[in-house]
Design a protein around this ligand. Sequence first.
Ligand code: GDP
Ligand code: IMO
Ligand code: MG
Length: 438
Amino acid sequence: MSLARTNLAILGLQWGDEGKGKVVDLLSPHFRQVVRFQGGNNAGHTVVVDGQSIALHQVPSGALHPGCFLVVGNGVVLNLEVFQQELDRLKARGFDLSGRLLLSEKAHIILPHHIALDQWREVRADKVGAKIGTTGRGIGPAYEMKAARMGIRLGDLLHPERLAERIRPGYEEVRLRLGADAGLPALEAIVEGLLRTAEPFLPFIGDAQGHLMAAWKRGDSILFEGAQATLLDIDHGTYPFVTSSNCSLGGLFTGTGLPPKAVDKILGIAKAYTTRVGAGPFPAELLDATGDRIREVGREFGTTTGRPRRCGWFDAPITAHACRTNGVDGLAIMKLDVLDCMDEVGLIVGYRTGEGTVTTKLPSCAGDWAGIQPEVKRFKGWGSTRGITDPRKLPVEAQAYLESLAESVEVPMAYLSTGPDRAEGYVYPGTFLEPLLG
Ligand code: GDP
Ligand code: IMO
Ligand code: MG
């Protein structure tokens, strides 16, 4: 099968910010449909073109390619105000999405009281040391309302006369919880604001499932863009320090309405090291000068919130878990250049438990991560890999490191990224990606 007709899922294998945006942008010209299926504007996907950086939050990262049709699936939660800002920014840079954007009528809307509840809860949790460190964008409450059958979907905007009654139950619950002094806008103001913001989007709302089903049947190639990552997945991540959606492969099917047969290959995205933003277990964390160096060189500050990311060595057990959960066919290893010029580079191959044994099994309870110490294998450092596009130019030490890394997660390398720009990196010869980019 040629990749031109291979439907490909791009999924994060760590705690997010692996470089999914770069990979989606890179592959997009070879796909007709580019689809987001979960998450919301907690995501920040950066695309760098000719040294210019563009951050996308809800717009699929195929936006910069005029031949791509962009779909926002039903599993996404949308902040329409932020969406408009994204569209305006793209337009100012010459990217017009009209005629090539479809928003699922079943996608849910993030409302002002969802954002207020998210932030209120974090402030209270912080007082007892139980903060998750959410992005504060109302993601959790929007998904909660969906599960509680009080969510508002894009399709509801087509019936403005019923909107206030649809929003009221969720709004009243939040008001009861936060108290009358919380400064929530009045329900009428929320409805009015929503209708105003939503107006330009009305022509884009439609049957995304039907659109994708037809695209699949006629043989359009489809690229699925995951947001967040497996360790932030509400079921398979480090619960409760996770986001509120299924960011792993299962979320693709519920978040689009397509069946598993519609996906041919899965490309897992991981950094050559590990980062995490927000609270929760992170055995790899380096609270020393090496961690600081990775943060500075890798510019590890959140695209969405600007928060410093916690940094550490590549963690094979967590990444192997993500590879298994998603059935990953090939690895895209990103940001190898950030580890350039280090004397030595570490790879976490297991965890030493309180009893002194080494395991690769991940605890299912967040509290059980506390006692484990990473077992680190050390590799000799290398010179520069920045911008390398030819596998023969990769220093032997970097090659040895990557070979061990791929072996430790039991998935072959498919792509190596050596800088933020589209051009920086290469596809591994003989892999399923080669017919496309090689
Ligand atoms: P995403 O959320 O998975 O799309 O990742 P983000 O965009 O939040 O974070 C990845 C950051 O790393 C972005 O600023 C990218 O421009 C940058 N990046 C991607 N690949 C590389 C690479 O190979 N080397 C370097 N130095 N930066 C990269
Ligand atoms: P991309 O798509 C990194 C983290 C937050 C917090 C937890 C819950 O750019 O990889 P939420 O606001 O979702 O309720 O926060 O999840 N988080 C991310 N971390 N990259 C992301 O997205 C993230 N989206 C959410 O920091 O720890
Ligand atoms: Mg990001």
